[in-house]
Design a protein around this ligand. Structure first.
Ligand code: ZN
Length: 248
């Protein structure tokens, strides 16, 4: 992703849940404050200051030294600063890392997220949507960065291989893959399921496979159930969740 790549944000949105990296959150902040017609231009004073971390209207609250999460006081301060008028740009941006926000901290942001002043944008970013509580998520427009899982939708065969290898490592490895699975083009799901059937059969023939026959039979039956879900037009996120939960 280049500094000029746009998230194409919706003009009406004020709060964003960005599934992406810190670097992408900075680029999104630049896009929101950029003074050029094509945003972010990466060259104007606003873009430049945001990218260098010195724009007075782009705030990135960080936890106190030695702490992993923002204190409630710091969250409240940042929320209060959102009501200040912008200094240089036409808007202000406050950026939070979702995993630096405690549940209390997230609750302290609810009022701001519900009725943000017209000149403010709030960005919550992180790689796991699970770090935000549902009441916060429902108040934010969802955006996806491209750096998390590459710029194109994943390939069924590569994904099948990753799924099998994640199943060998257990639960957490699988839940990380569920986002990649959700990204899979719906038209590619049958190919993924076929690939999984093929790989499960290969594991069954392989004497060194760490899977017991019983486990493989269970994995296969999940794949078949996912195939049925597909026939009933169940969405890809549900199929992804089922596969990752039952294989984990
Ligand atoms: Zn710019």
């Amino acid at each position: 992703m280049t500094a000029r790549q746009s998230f194409g944000v919706n003009a009406g949105a004020r709060a964003y849940n960005l599934r992406g990296t810190r670097e992408e959150a900075v680029r999104l902040a630049a896009e929101l404050l950029c003074g050029s017609e094509t945003k972010p231009c990466g060259k104007c004073a606003h873009c430049e200051k945001v990218l260098r971390g010195i724009h007075p209207d782009a705030e990135f609250p960080s936890p106190e030294t030695g702490k992993k999460q923002l204190s409630l006081e710091r969250v409240r301060e940042a929320a209060a600063s959102a009501y200040l008028m912008p200094n240089e740009a036409s808007a202000r941006v406050v950026v939070f890392a979702a995993d630096e926000l405690s549940v209390l901290g997230q609750n302290a942001l609810l009022k701001l997220l519900e009725e943000p002043p017209a000149h403010i944008h709030i960005i919550l970013f992180g790689q796991s949507p699970a770090s935000l509580i549902p009441t916060v998520r429902s108040r934010c427009a969802e955006l996806r960065g491209t750096e998390v899982y590459g710029e194109t939708s994943p390939k069924p065969s590569a994904l099948a291989e990753e799924l099998i290898s994640a199943a060998k490592r257990g639960g957490a490895a699988l839940s990380k893959l569920s986002f990649a699975l959700e990204e899979l083009d719906r038209a590619d799901v049958p190919a993924l399921l076929n690939e999984l059937r093929r790989r499960i059969a290969a594991e069954a023939r392989d004497a060194r496979s760490p899977f017991h026959g019983e486990t493989l039979a269970k994995m296969l039956s999940t794949v078949e159930e996912c195939g049925k879900y597909l026939e009933y037009n169940v969405g890809t996120p549900h199929i992804a969740a089922k596969l990752c939960a039952e294989w984990g």
